[in-house]
Design a protein around this ligand. Structure first.
Ligand code: ZN
Length: 166
């Protein structure tokens, strides 16, 4: 396995729409392994392929305390949703920034697993938020895009400043 570099906001590549995966093959499985290792090492609870500069529709999520409940989703799609809720979110591509975002309260997602088998999952709470956040990345959306322009400008300046210092 290998650690991958995570793109940092406002990198324009974070705003590209990712392509569906045509076939879950060994290349995709290796990418899922590398993405998981990168997420656990960061550490984070979710990572989408566009964040590691791979414009394909793949996400990994693990919200467990023990980090033993990896959920890998290829071509994930929200097939139904219910209600609305607001949670504070953060992102490995926007280190040190947290802000509340409105999301669906409950979602039902369809995806392919690491073996290419289709499955459906009901998610709410932190898991639901995390999956919606990661699917947004596949559509070229970062959570700060939901904030006011003033806040976005402030975050961009903060990111650029910390990049210069690193
Ligand atoms: Zn993110």
């Amino acid at each position: 396995m290998a650690l991958l570099d995570i793109l940092i906001y406002p990198d324009s590549r974070l705003h590209n729409k990712a392509k569906p995966v045509a076939q879950v093959d060994s290349r995709i499985q290796k990418l899922i392994d590398d993405m998981s290792e990168t997420m656990y090492t960061a550490p984070g609870i979710g990572l989408a392929a566009p964040q590691v500069n791979v414009p394909e529709r793949i996400i990994v999520v693990d919200i467990s305390d023990k980090k033993d409940s990896l959920l890998a989703m290829v071509n994930p799609e929200i097939i139904s949703s219910e209600g609305e809720d607001e949670h504070e979110e953060g992102c490995l591509s926007v280190p040190g920034v947290y802000a509340p975002v409105k999301r669906y309260k409950k979602i039902r997602v369809q995806a392919l697993d690491k073996d290419g088998n289709s499955f459906e999952l009901d998610a709410e709470g932190l898991l639901g938020v995390c999956i919606q956040h990661e699917i947004d990345h596949l559509d070229g959306k970062v959570f700060v895009d939901y904030l006011s322009h003033l806040k976005q400008d402030r975050i961009k300046k903060k990111m650029q400043k910390s990049m210069r210092h690193s």
